[in-house]
Design a protein around this ligand. Structure first.
Ligand code: ASP
Ligand code: MG
Length: 308
């Protein structure tokens, strides 16, 4: 159990302060980059009648008010899709709550409250947003040393802009070479970030689009950091037609009624899109070479603990 003394020690540690300063520069560079690419920043949605089902749709942070049930956002996936009715490119620094299993407390990669840079592009393909992500990481790692020189020196980290295009590995190849839990093993062998493509539908949520001619295989991707830091982002093209969304929800064994309002919205039309989300604490951990995401923000909340 975390004590007030522990919280104070973390909050005043030089390491966490330097990491938060790096992160502040990362947020600034990201804003400039995406606004420069024609994106509009939208404000986060924290409660809604529906949210990302994510691994176990029955684990819900719920708020009841006025007799209605709101859920606490696990990701803004559906809201970024809907926002594309108004704007062609949106991004958001979105706080997400995910009640991870308590065993993940020591993974170094999980917090139950984190922030992701979540974005979506109307009429884009997976390849379009992969190129966008590669350009973003290249821009970030080019510009960061000039503005965060002292902090990067403190951590003894030199992160060079990766070569583009990044290496791409199909999901079935990753499983063949590293097993079902390939993420960390693969990450440890990498010297530069690499894509994982074409996840099987059973391993992902219902909203990532299936190849029209390859049932059960998705037009989605993860990016994996090198040096064992694991997942950098998840994303893909999206299902946007009512019939396909319903089919995918049913195949997941999810009750259609729990997505009633999203389905009602999809019935009136959703644009085709692709996008991704980058966890900001994990990005900070990678840049600073931290042991744990717990050191990558103030008031970090590890699974299974009570934290401020
Ligand atoms: N919704 C995904 C996540 O939060 C990210 C994305 O697909 O855009 O993991
Ligand atoms: Mg993911």
């Amino acid at each position: 159990m975390l004590t007030i003394d522990d919280e104070r020690r973390l909050l005043t540690s030089e390491k966490v302060r330097n990491a938060v300063q790096v992160q502040s520069h990362v947020l600034g560079i990201a804003r400039q980059f995406f606004v420069g690419r024609g994106f509009v920043e939208i404000l986060p949605v924290v409660i809604s009648p529906f949210t990302d089902p994510l691994t176990d749709y029955r684990v819900r942070g719920e708020i009841e008010c006025y007799g209605f049930h709101y859920q606490i956002t696990k990701s803004m996936i559906f809201h970024k899709q809907m926002a594309l009715l108004s704007l062609p490119r949106v991004f958001c620094f979105s706080p997400n709550i995910r009640i991870e299993p308590a065993e993940r407390r020591t993974s170094g990669r999980h917090l139950i409250e984190f922030v992701q840079l979540d974005l979506e592009v109307r009429d884009a393909s997976r390849e379009d947003v992969m190129k966008l992500a590669e350009d973003f990481f290249a821009d970030l790692f080019e510009r960061l040393p000039a503005v965060a020189a002292d902090e990067l020196r403190f951590f003894g980290r030199v992160i060079l802009p990766p070569r583009r295009p990044f290496r791409a590995i199909r999901h079935d190849e990753a499983v063949r070479d590293y097993g079902n839990d390939f993420e960390l093993g693969l990450s440890q062998d990498l010297r530069e970030p690499a894509w994982i493509l074409d996840f099987p539908a059973e391993s992902r949520e219902f909203y990532d689009r299936e190849y029209p001619d390859r049932p059960g295989v998705l037009r989605d991707m993860d990016l994996v950091y090198p040096e064992g830091f694991g997942e950098a982002l998840s994303g893909g093209e999206r299902e946007h037609e009512l019939e396909s969304i319903e089919k995918r929800i049913i195949r997941k064994g999810i009750d259609l009624a729990s997505y009633k309002y999203y389905l009602d919205f999809a019935r009136t039309g959703l644009p085709a899109s692709a996008g991704f989300g980058i966890g900001m604490e994990r990005l900070t951990r990678y840049i600073c070479g931290l042991d744990s995401v717990r050191e990558a923000r103030y008031f970090a909340k590890l699974p299974g603990t009570l934290s401020l």
